[in-house]
Design a protein around this ligand. Structure first.
Ligand code: MF3
Ligand code: CO
Ligand code: CO
Length: 251
């Protein structure tokens, strides 16, 4: 199965930078509100309001019927957690995933947050997820294969006795939310798409403290770990440049 990737121009990169910067701003903005006793619905409402203030649109809202502006995935929720009236508690770890559409361009990024004091294991999981994304991004430049990136993430995560989720992947992005190519967070070196300048995609490894298997809840969105172990994820939107890469979603 051969995958393609659109090529975006330098003018497109200017727009992607604006969208990416806004998405990362929302993650900065929400950080002080992530507290014991706050509901994820309240965090979603605050993010939604802040996105609208910039004349942007939250991409998840209405996407294939998704009901909220953001995805907030707490503890054993792997991704696509639907904000709800359940209150955050001391020791929870959560991912907030923001995708904005600004002037027709998408910016997609997510980070982990910790409520109060979390367990050593939870903090280690968050750190390894963060580091796995960073080392993957470091590899991005023309001439590298997507399989090299997946392999690097998997090798690092498994060396730390954690597992990489197989059921969800990164994706091409630009003027559409989810485009080709699929960016797997596991794989074999020198396989898959060869990177070229102008490619734009997300890398968004989900890693679990236990096994890699996931299960979808009956709401049709919420993905959880089968063994109920903790899960962590970070995401950036990245463009391939002539010699290296640009992270659009830096704050
Ligand atoms: N932002 C998610 C991603 O990283 C996608 C969320 S789709 C939704 O690709 F519908 F669940 F919001
Ligand atoms: Co994404
Ligand atoms: Co996302």
């Amino acid at each position: 199965m051969s995958q393609k990737c659109r090529i975006y121009s330098l003018e497109d990169f200017v727009e992607l930078r604006k969208a990416g910067k806004l998405a990362s701003h929302i993650l900065d903005y929400i950080a002080p509100f992530v507290q014991n006793g706050t509901t994820t619905a309240e965090l979603d409402r605050l993010c939604h309001e802040e996105i609208l203030r910039y004349n942007a649109v939250p991409a998840p809202l209405g996407y294939n019927g998704y009901p909220k502006a953001t995805c907030i995935s707490v503890n054993h929720v792997v991704c696509h957690g639907i904000p709800s009236d359940i209150k955050l508690q001391n020791g929870d770890i959560l991912n907030i995933d923001i995708t904005v559409i600004l002037n027709g361009w998408y910016g997609d990024t997510s980070r982990m947050y910790v409520v109060g004091e979390a367990s050593k294991k939870a903090l280690e999981l968050v750190k390894v997820a963060d580091e796995s994304l960073a080392l993957a991004i470091d590899l991005v430049k023309p001439g590298v294969y997507l399989g090299d990136i997946g392999y690097a993430i998997q090798a690092y995560v498994e060396s730390k006795q954690f597992s990489v989720v197989r059921d969800y992947c990164g994706h091409g992005i630009g003027k559409v939310f989810h485009d080709e190519p699929a960016v797997f967070h596991f794989g074999r070196p020198r396989t898959g798409l060869l990177l070229k300048p102008g490619y734009v995609f997300t890398i968004e490894p989900m890693i679990n403290a236990g096994g890699y298997k996931t299960r979808l809840l009956s709401d049709g969105w919420t993905a959880v770990t089968c063994d109920h172990s903790l899960s962590a994820q970070f995401e950036h939107t990245i463009g391939v440049t002539e010699n290296s890469h640009e992270i659009f979603t830096l704050s």
